[in-house]
Design a protein around this ligand. Structure first.
Ligand code: URA
Ligand code: SF4
Length: 211
């Protein structure tokens, strides 16, 4: 077994509750050291759609829930516009601990993308979630999740909003990360949001058909 892996920390009992409890003790990579807590996925074990982000952000790290910060606000609005009830989806992240660096001045914590080693170390948690939920649709939010799950050559800018062949689920799509909408210049934000909602409407369609 490689030095960096969550494998040894996964519980025998693979129920979502048991996993969520066990992840708090994970030391599969170094990210647990500087994070407040692990942030596990949330939602129904029978959810038809699973949304996968990158890693918890600053708010998520403090509150212990996925997508509750600014990006989560965008996600909530987009899901609503697309006609998807957040209660019908399972929301999680590729990596379960917040990776950050201190801001040059002040106390702000700046997001750092998890490196490949951390992404790989953390994968057993996500695989266990996928195994439990067995969603009909998987949506990768942003390039980090998309490339980790669909291949390093996957380009969100080119292939967003298209269902692709994948062993993860019958329907698998990548789209932008909601934080990219927050970062978009003022004159492009509305269009970015519209495109994001359009991608999610395709997900809504598949969910309705499967329900
Ligand atoms: N960004 C993510 O990728 N996931 C979160 O949970 C919050 C922000
Ligand atoms: Fe474990 Fe993942 Fe946290 Fe690393 S990021 S310590 S592998 S839960």
């Amino acid at each position: 077994m490689s030095e960096y892996s969550a494998d040894a920390f996964l519980p025998q009992d693979r129920s979502l509750d048991s996993l969520a409890e066990a992840v708090q003790s994970c030391q599969g990579c170094d990210l647990y050291r500087d994070a407040t807590q692990a942030v596990f996925g949330e939602g129904s074990g029978r959810a038809l759609a699973m949304l996968i982000g990158e890693q918890p952000g600053d708010r998520e790290d403090v509150e212990g829930h996925p997508f509750v910060g600014p990006a989560g606000g965008i996600l909530d609005r987009a899901l609503e516009d697309a006609g998807i009830d957040r209660a019908d989806v399972y929301v999680t992240n590729l990596v379960k601990h917040f990776r950050w660096k201190p801001a040059p001045r002040g106390k702000r914590r700046i997001h750092r993308k998890p490196d490949l080693r951390e992404q790989l170390a953390c994968r057993p948690w996500l695989d266990a979630e996928l195994e439990q939920v067995r969603p009909t649709v998987v949506v990768c939010l942003g390039a980090t999740a998309a490339q980790a799950l669909l291949g390093r050559s996957f380009r969100v800018t080119q292939d967003r909003g298209r269902f692709v062949e994948s062993p993860l689920a019958p329907f698998v799509m990548a789209t932008v990360h909601p934080s990219s909408i927050l970062r978009a210049p003022d004159d492009a934000r509305e269009e970015a949001m519209r495109a994001f909602v359009a991608d999610l409407r395709k997900v809504a369609k598949v969910v309705r058909r499967a329900a």
